[in-house]
Design a protein around this ligand. Structure first.
Ligand code: SF4
Length: 386
C-alpha cells in the first residue's frame, strides 16, 4: 500500500506510530533493503550512504516478554529484552539485517544472541569505544571503515566520500527540521503536546531520511497553523532517559496536569541536537559527532578540568534546555538494570536541582503494567511543585 493520498503531518505520524514498521514493510516490498538498528549511537548516515533504509528497532510496552527470556538473562535491561522479544516473535520479519552498536553491557553482552538467533543475512556489531580522546577518534574511524566494508560486501555497492557527504547533508537537514519542531514547544502552552511529539519522533525513526524530512516539514506547517494559545498555567516538564519510545509515560505526565515541553531521551533531542561538521573529512566528522557530541552516558567526556567542568561538559545541555524551554521540573525515567544511566542518577539529579529545578527519579520496567503507580508518583511530584 503506497502512502495514503492526502494523509499528511500528524495524521501520518499517528499511523506510522500506531503501526510501527508499516512504511518499512512497503519499502521492502518495493525491493529496498531494510537494516534495523538499536541506539542513538548507530551512525545512520553510513546506512543511508549505502542505499539501505535505516530502521530503528523498538520493543512493545504493551506486550509481555514471553519468548525473549528464553534467550536472554533477565538482568539484561527490559528495553533490550522487549526489542529482542518482538524480533524473535517475527515482528521485524521485513528487516534484512541489523547493526548493534556497543552502547552498554546489555547490548554488548547480548550481541551473539542477536546474531545467532535472528540469523539475518546482514549483522554488524559496532564496537564503539567509550572514551572520546584523539586515539579513540582514530579507533572509531577504523571501526567505521570496517562497517562500510561489510555494507559494501553485503549490498555490492561502493560507498564513496561523496555518498557519505550527501547522507550527512540529509541527516543534518533532518536534525535541523526536528529542532524547528521543538522550537514550537517553547511557547506557553506549547503548540505541540508531548504525546503528539513522541509520535512524530517514533514515526520519523522508522522512515528513510527523505521521507522523515517531508513528514517533519508537514507537521511543522500543521502545528504552526494552530491558533496561538493563551497563557498556560501548568508546570513545564522535561523528561530524561534512554529509549523512551511510547506515548504512555508522556500521557501520564500530561494527564497528571503538566505540559511536557522538552526531553533528553535517545529517540528525541539526543538524536537531533548535534550536527555532523561538513567542513571536515566525512569519517572524522562522523566519528566526532557520535563520540564527542552525542550526549549519552557511555561516551566518557574528560575535559581535564575540575569535577564541575566535567559535569558541565556532560550535563550542561540539560541546563540549557531548562533555560530555553522554561522547564519547571524534570523527570528522570530510567529502566531497571540500566547501569549507564543508573550510575549517573545522583550526579544528574544534584546537577539539575542545583539550578533550582526539582527532579523526580523513576525507575521502572519497559512496560505499561506499572504505569498507574508511575502516574501516582508524577501527580505527587506536580502537587509538590504547585
Ligand atoms: S536502557 Fe540502558 S541498559 Fe538498556 S540499552 Fe539503553 S543504555 Fe543500555
Amino acid at each position: 500500500m503506497a502512502e495514503l493520498r492526502d494523509e499528511k503531518g500528524l495524521a501520518k505520524a499517528e499511523r506510522y506510530y500506531t503501526d510501527y514498521g508499516v512504511r518499512a514493510r512497503e519499502l521492502k516490498a518495493e525491493g529496498k533493503k531494510i537494516i534495523g538498528y538499536i541506539s542513538a549511537l548507530c551512525p545512520v548516515e553510513v546506512l543511508t550512504a549505502a542505499g539501505v533504509v535505516p530502521f530503528r528497532l523498538k520493543g512493545n510496552v504493551n506486550e509481555a516478554i514471553t519468548k525473549g527470556d528464553a534467550y536472554m538473562e533477565t538482568i539484561v535491561c527490559p528495553f533490550v529484552r522487549s526489542v529482542f522479544d518482538s524480533a524473535i516473535k517475527g515482528k521485524f520479519n521485513f528487516i534484512d539485517g541489523m547493526v548493534l552498536p556497543h552502547q552498554c553491557d546489555s547490548l554488548d553482552r547480548t550481541s551473539d544472541v542477536w546474531r545467532d538467533y535472528l540469523n539475518l543475512p546482514y549483522f554488524h556489531f559496532l564496537n564503539a569505544p567509550h572514551v572520546t580522546d584523539d586515539p579513540s577518534i582514530e579507533f572509531m574511524k577504523e571501526l567505521l571503515k570496517l562497517f562500510i566494508k561489510t555494507l559494501e560486501e553485503y549490498t555490492g555497492k561502493k560507498i564513496t566520500d561523496e555518498d557519505l557527504k550527501q547522507a550527512i547533508a540529509k541527516h543534518n537537514e533532518n536534525r535541523r527540521l526536528m529542532r524547528g519542531l521543538y522550537e514550537l514547544r517553547k511557547v506557553n502552552p506549547p503548540l505541540i503536546s508531548g504525546v503528539e511529539m513522541i509520535k512524530v519522533l517514533i514515526a520519523a525513526m522508522g522512515l528513510p531520511v527523505d521521507e522523515s524530512n517531508k513528514l517533519i516539514t508537514e507537521v511543522i506547517d500543521e502545528v504552526k497553523a494552530r491558533a496561538i494559545p493563551s497563557n498556560g498555567l501548568k508546570k513545564r516538564i522535561m523528561i530524561i532517559g534512554d529509549q523512551i519510545d511510547s506515548v504512555d509515560i508522556m500521557d501520564a505526565i500530561e494527564g497528571a496536569g503538566a505540559y511536557l515541553v522538552m526531553d533528553d531521551i535517545s529517540v528525541g533531542s539526543k538524536m537531533y541536537w548535534q550536527d555532523i561538521d561538513t567542513d571536515k573529512e566525512p569519517l572524522q566528522a562522523i566519528a566526532e559527532r557520535y563520540l564527542r557530541k552525542l550526549k549519552i552516558p557511555t561516551n566518557f567526556v574528560d575535559t581535564g578540568g575540575t569535577y564541575e567542568d566535567n559535569l558541565n561538559a556532560r550535563f550542561g545541555h540539560m541546563r540549557r534546555y531548562i533555560e530555553e524551554f522554561k522547564v519547571d521540573g524534570a523527570i528522570l525515567f530510567i529502566y531497571k538494570y540500566c547501569d549507564p544511566y543508573g550510575f549517573e542518577v545522583p550526579a544528574i539529579k544534584s546537577y539539575i536541582e542545583s539550578a533550582g529545578v526539582p527532579v523526580l527519579y523513576l525507575e521502572d520496567e519497559y512496560s505499561t503494567s506499572t504505569i498507574a503507580r508511575m502516574k501516582t508518583r508524577i501527580e505527587a511530584f506536580l502537587e509538590m511543585m504547585a
